[in-house]
Write a protein that binds this ligand. Sequence first.
Ligand SMILES: [Zn+2]
Ligand SMILES: [Zn+2]
Ligand SMILES: [Zn+2]
Length: 771
Amino acid sequence: MEVRRRIEVSGIVQGVGFRPYVYRLATARGLAGNICNTSAGVTIEVQGTAEQVADFVQRLPVEAPPLARITEVTEREVPCNGDRDFRIVHSQAGEAVRTLISPDVAICQDCLGELFDPVDRRYRYPFINCTNCGPRFTIVRDIPYDRPSTSMAVFPMCLACQAEYHDPLNRRFHAQPNACWDCGPSVEQRDRVGRKVECRDPIAEVARALSAGSIVAVKGLGGFHLAVDATNSAAVELLRERKRRVEKPFAVMVPDVEAADCICELNDAALKVLQSVQRPIVLLPKRLGSPVVEQVAPFNHFLGVFLPYTPLHYLIMREGKFPALVMTSGNLSEEPIAIDNSEALDRLHELADYFLIHNRDILLRCDDSVVRVTDGAARHLRRSRGFVPVPVFLKDEQPPILAVGGELKNTICLTKGKHAFLSQHIGDLENGEGYKFFVEAIEHLERILEIRPEVIAYDLHPDYFATRWALEQSGVQLVGVQHHHAHIASCMAENHLAERVIGFALDGTGYGTDGRVWGGEVLIANYIGFERAAHFEYIPMPGGAAAIREPWRMAVSYLFHHFGRDFLNLPIAFVRQLNAHKTDLLLRMVQQQINSPLTSSCGRLFDAVAALTGVRQQINYEAQAAVELEFAIEENGDDAYPLEITQTGEPWVIRARPMFESLIDDLRQGASSGTIARRFHNGLVDGFVSVAIALRQNSRLNRVCLSGGTFHNAYLARRLEAMLSTKGFEVFTHHEVPAGDGGLSLGQVLVASHRYRAGWHVGTPSGLAAG
Ligand SMILES: [Zn+2]
Ligand SMILES: [Zn+2]
Ligand SMILES: [Zn+2]
């Protein structure tokens, strides 16, 4: 007795070798039927004995190809027919196949084997790929995802490639970027003025130049990298000088995991993330005696390491036998990464000695992703190449909404059904190039996802470029979302929470509903609104943005706030080393309230402590002081500085005065910065736990969400999570999007969606928590 079942599979199941996989699975079991692409994914019908069919259904999700991501499988019985074999049914013309586009992923083992196999027809071909690997997102111009809508359209396939492309049993069946030496793109070397360097093997030439200490701009998957030998201090120094990048760490590419192990401490979890198909940059503790020079990541205990992910990377690494190459974004500091050949030659000619370019266009820039591994799980610091455009899967259907994110580390987010599509890392919108990229990214994502947003969500900061852009749009509903509310909503969204939570939103800067600079916020929030339950005391930031660049200013401000001018008599090195004139000027600014906005920022408290402890007086990249204060922590211990929590008014205020008193005592007694850093971190954790316990008593809420850039601090995040858990709280953190502003747009979407559906609109005060 035969049975026939129809199985609908949704998720990322197109362009990833899913149909040939199903074909093989069905034919191996002697099943008849068919498979075709649909707008939601694929539909499969299989017919055979009940056991054969059951076996097929059971194995289907288990053995799916590596790039497939199945989100839902539904099946039902249908009448049998006369089918005797299994067929792949082609989608009819006009019936556009609209489904999720796969991200760009690293070269697979099969392709890597062929790349270095002297008898393979693609031996050393820099663009080898198959349905299991290669570029996707960055070469897509439009949908459906088919060769004519990609930047491969200009390379007609040769007969051999065509045969592979049309054979359902071939690994390259419908691999859109399929190509070879005869028909595909090619590389060439250029000098710094853009002249072609005539040579037999551009890759060998470039490897030689790198070995000699040259800086080479290499066209990659999502943009250009600037490459330099990471073991050559003069060369790395030169790159810093030309790129105008002081101290901010560079990432290094290593040929394999053995090489990674020589320069960093690896554990199983880190190894797994390092070798994953997304190939992110993984922050790993540096190993002593590593051949990588100090200038690559000065004052930093960690090194960003990644493995090659394109065939071109593998060819360069093997050719030059490099233990490690600096591979940093091809840009001037903070500008977006260059993607176009002529743009790169124009923008990078003062940075690079040579260019290794190719003629497969990158249609969308996409920086490398960056993760840190804590407690065996990867946490995103930057979610970009390899992950985008995989959506965050939401609990409920959403109306079409665009959220435009924040000002720094910007990402945007679009919703469609239960999917929230976060864009790649767009970066800082303060520079013109960054803003252009922001506008392009919105247009591109709307086009390839076919979303016309009904609502645009934006941050309340009136001077953010993203906010200004949003307010210029017409014909849509606009919803302003408070920064820290968005952080908590983002954490709730990826954890599928719906009810009110206690949220710790800790970061550097976010515009508050009172017009002040918030950043150390404890909220009671759901998606629709929030109540500010507690926050750090307000402290002046003398000089505004200058106080962010110069942590010593925050130390002076905190000391003055708590001890008045008497602090100038404190017998501590920080005070002795102050410039009398500058300090006097600063204190006058504070007293006369000139350019000294008030802040409750957690980041600024870290800055003050870093400066007082002698860890960092001025920063060269965002959050440098906080990063170095975390690294300074020495030894274990539960010793902690006290915080004072004033519960008389509303919201409660967390005051740092007793913390500073103890810290100053420690400084006077010559305590090490390692001890002080530990007591400071532990003090914050203890203080937050007390706040959570008190709030639980009042609100009966037991779920806590941790969000905001401060939680990129692994020591703080881990300890707070652990301490809250031992007190019986259910703690939720970020795993899918960054805790920092890179994850902000996800939260904005959810807040806007709930307000929109509840009939709220612009101008509704956000200090209300409903439900
Ligand atoms: Zn492959
Ligand atoms: Zn070919
Ligand atoms: Zn933030």
